[in-house]
Design a protein around this ligand. Structure first.
Ligand code: KG4
Ligand code: ZN
Length: 338
């Protein structure tokens, strides 16, 4: 405890960000340190799991020290250790979780393992003191595209999900096809405004009527076919127009499905999170559609959309309050149901 507040130390290492954060009473961020491996993986065009794990190992102690220093906290003041237990790259998750276990054991503090997607949802609590469940959440990340009925902090039900690629994967793959480099999401975000959607046309894949599921593998193939056809015909094409149409197409789909899910559930609160929720067009379209319908929209600042440990500390706090304390034999998991 510090100044009468419950202190959580959170650790995130499920993909390519080594992150440690300290929060007070769950939602107040005292420090949020993130060491990104983007430059390490850029040369390979994507995250290499073994290299990610090794890099986490090299970074974690330094990131931990910095988070403690910036929060001006001593280990004695920490009340809870939270860490991502899955889903994620197994070797990567293992580094953060093992660090968390070592701290829990050495300090004699409780350990709470966190579902990474619950972390992304909890990111919305950090900047909104008034936000409480129930609400609808849309999580858009590199590995997930989920519509989630958040009935309470603990009772979450996935009501729609991707049947193939995650939306972030589609951004990254399309960027690669267009030769924009890695990670593709931010590159497409930056390029699309200088192009015009509709000059090229990609299909909006809605699946069956009434389905809240997504499919993004088709659009990736659509972009690939278009680019190959143009190249083979020796025609010049405008990369920015392709990026703009791709972005508009996936945005149309996720906005339409989310509005259906809002009607279905009757909620007037929407949380959008995950790395892809930092996309400018997606933020703008949701802001516009929610304003028209009187829906309260919560999209975290970009730093809390992409992987970070503040969201993990916050989720651990609520899980711990609800009685979830894990033993030191907690396993890292590549896949994990919400
Ligand atoms: O949530 P996140 O940081 O990690 C996972 O849990 O997967 O999401 C990473 C994904 C990557 O696919 C990345 O390209 C995408 O988020 N991303 C974006 C933007 N920033 C990150 N996609 C579109 N626009 C962005 N501005
Ligand atoms: Zn994530």
């Amino acid at each position: 405890m510090k100044d009468g507040k419950f202190i959580t130390l959170g650790i995130e290492s499920s993909c390519d960000e080594t992150a440690v954060s300290i929060t007070a009473d769950g939602r107040q961020v005292l420090s949020n340190i993130i060491s990104s491996q983007i430059d390490v993986h850029k040369v390979f065009g994507g995250v290499v799991p073994e290299i990610a794990a090794r890099h986490h190992l090299e970074q974690i102690n330094g990131v931990l020290d910095e988070a403690m220093r910036e929060a001006n906290i001593t280990f004695a003041e920490v009340d809870l250790i939270g860490a991502t237990e899955g889903p994620g790259l197994i070797g990567a998750v293992l580094v953060g979780l093992s660090t968390a276990k070592a701290l829990a054991l050495a300090l004699g503090k409780p350990l709470t393992g966190v579902h990474h997607i619950k972390g992304h949802i909890s990111a919305a609590y950090l900047e909104n003191a008034d936000l409480t469940p129930p609400f609808l959440a849309l999580i858009l990340s590199g590995g997930h595209t989920d519509l989630i009925d958040v009935r309470s902090y603990q009772n979450l039900r996935v009501i729609g999900r991707t049947r193939d690629d995650a939306i972030g994967e589609a951004f990254d793959k399309v960027a690669r096809v267009l030769g924009l480099g890695y990670p593709g999401g931010p590159k497409i975000d930056a390029l699309a405004p200088s192009g015009t959607s509709g000059k090229v046309s990609f299909k909006r894949v809605m699946l069956e009527k009434d389905s809240l599921d997504f499919s993004f593998s088709g659009i990736k193939t659509g972009v690939l076919n278009y680019v190959n056809t143009e190249k083979q015909a020796g025609r010049l094409f405008n990369t920015a127009d392709v990026a703009a149409e791709f972005e508009a197409s996936v945005t149309d789909v996720i906005v339409a499905k989310t509005l259906s899910a809002l009607s279905l559930t009757g909620y007037d609160k929407l949380v959008v999170g995950g790395g892809v929720a930092s996309n400018s067009l997606i933020r703008q379209q949701f802001a516009q559609e929610c304003a028209l319908r009187g829906i309260a929209l919560y999209i975290p600042s970009p730093v809390f959309c992409t992987d970070n440990a503040a969201m993990i500390a916050c989720a651990a706090y609520y899980d711990h309050l609800a009685g979830k304390t894990d033993s030191l034999d907690l396993d890292a998991k590549a896949t994990l149901e919400l």
